[in-house]
Design a binder for this molecule. Structure first.
Ligand code: CAA
Length: 404
């Protein structure tokens, strides 16, 4: 049976997150953006409200939420501000490789103290390097085994929350010429000697989210910091992104929905030529298109998350949900600015901040071009098994294969 309704628990979770957004995020989004301030207090409040460590198991202090539940929270927080949502959700990106690769013993030792600390603790995902962004398998940060320890050397960049993180999930290679098969993943406590935070990036939008470079110079970690086996790194990274791209899509849905609401409220109020501008079809049709994009993106996102919750690989669906939702966010915020005209362009109103924030959603956690690479690769593979029913007639008979 197909059921599109949220369960009572899911609905309550969404409403709790929305209340949190109205109380702590929306009123502060502008000031944090302008001040370029890290929203630590909001993260602390989110922890106290049960809106952090969403997918970590309950026995180590997490919430034990499904990915679908996580997307509901991401949507509500994204409605308030994409930058703050990025800060809060980046923990899930950092912790998913640990969840995928760690044993229960490793989780108890490294994650439980962090998650159960009364002060909110962050993690950071360290995959990207200057010459290895879309081409994640080209990383050169090395991990070398030395007795009971690993020695890590290299430099990562664009690491969200890296400057405050307590633990880093670091992707390395045991042989830089070996490609993705030698990629490995380690947990690195950030106070390990040799870990140095580099520059914090200065961005066009999402001022309340922070990305930095991190240097690793002869960083020694115990053998049990290895996640999974040597060579598991690439698959851990891809499986992580399959999940987290659905959460980024959900932030996009929240931004797209907020843009519809801000634009519609303005159109209901603003009068020109003796009537509300909502009476002009040029405006009302734009609003309908904005809502249509948001609806499509929301259901694609929830479906991608639901598949992962069923244990079904969702690479194509989560990539396409990210494309649909983040492009809906970009288009809707652009349209919102346009509907609001000169007011849309002013810093007193939220539309321009939303528009700048939306742009980053189409770039991080895999550019939308990479999402299309992932999806089209799988579409082409699936096509080999598909019979479309078309038969080419050749001399009155079916040709064996019309495409050969
Ligand atoms: N699940 C399981 N296995 C997977 C997989 C998945 N989702 N995706 C790929 N694999 C496996 C393949 O099956 C293959 O394994 P086998 O050889 O055993 O068959 C292996 O991994 C290699 O796969 P590909 O040949 O497809 O790899 P590729 O190198 O051609 O392409 C890519 C991969 C899709 C381009 C990938 O590199 C990618 O997603 N790049 C983007 C990385 C990215 O998103 N970076 C942003 C990180 S977030 C960040 O830095 C912070 C921030 O944004 C702020």
């Amino acid at each position: 049976m197909v059921d599109f309704a949220l369960s009572k628990h899911e609905q309550e979770l969404y409403e709790t997150a929305m209340e949190f957004t109205h109380k702590y995020i929306t009123p502060h989004a502008r000031e944090l953006e302008e001040a370029n301030e890290f929203p630590l207090e909001i993260a602390q409040k989110a922890k106290e409200a049960g809106l952090m460590y969403l997918h970590l198991p309950k026995d180590i202090g997490g919430q034990g939420y499904t990915l679908l539940e996580e997307t509901l929270i991401a949507e509500a927080i994204g409605y308030g501000d994409a930058g703050i949502a990025t800060t809060l959700l980046a923990n899930n990106l950092a912790f998913t490789p640990i969840l995928l690769g760690a044993t229960q013993e490793q989780l108890e030792k490294y994650m439980k103290p962090l998650v159960t600390d009364p002060k909110v603790k962050m993690g950071a995902f360290c995959l990207t390097e200057r010459q290895a962004g879309s081409d994640a398998a080209a990383i050169t940060t090395t991990a070398e085994k030395d007795g009971d320890e690993w020695i890590i050397n290299g430099r990562k960049c664009f690491s969200t929350n890296g400057h405050v993180a307590a633990i880093l999930s670091v992707f390395t290679t045991t042989d830089p010429s070996g490609g993705y098969k030698t990629m490995t993943c380690h947990m690195v406590p950030s106070d390990t000697p040799g870990v140095k935070i580099g520059i914090i990036e200065n961005k066009m939008g999402q001022g309340a989210s922070f990305q930095c470079s991190i240097e690793f110079t002869d960083v020694r970690v115990p053998a049990d910091c290895l996640l999974g086996k040597i060579g598991d790194g690439f698959k851990i990274a891809m499986q992580t992104l399959d999940k987290t791209r659905a959460a980024i899509a959900a932030i996009g849905v929240g931004v797209a929905q907020r843009a519809v609401h801000e634009a519609a409220k303005f159109a209901n109020h603003r009068r020109q030529f003796g009537q509300k501008i909502s009476k002009f079809q040029g405006i009302s049709f734009m609003l309908a298109d904005m809502e249509a994009r948001t609806m499509a993106a929301r259901w694609a996102t929830r479906y991608a998350a639901w598949l992962a919750d069923q244990g079904i690989r969702n690479s194509k669906e989560s990539s396409l949900a990210k494309v649909l939702a983040t492009e809906a966010a970009m288009q809707n915020t652009t349209d919102c600015v346009q509907i609001m005209g000169g007011y849309g362009y002013l810093r007193e109103y939220p539309a321009e901040q939303m528009m700048r924030g939306a742009k980053l959603l189409t770039i991080y956690e895999g550019t939308n071009e990479i999402q299309r690479v992932v999806a089209s690769g799988l579409i082409l593979k699936e096509a080999k098994e598909i019979d479309t029913g078309f038969r080419l007639k050749y001399d009155g008979k079916d040709a064996p294969d019309p495409w050969s």
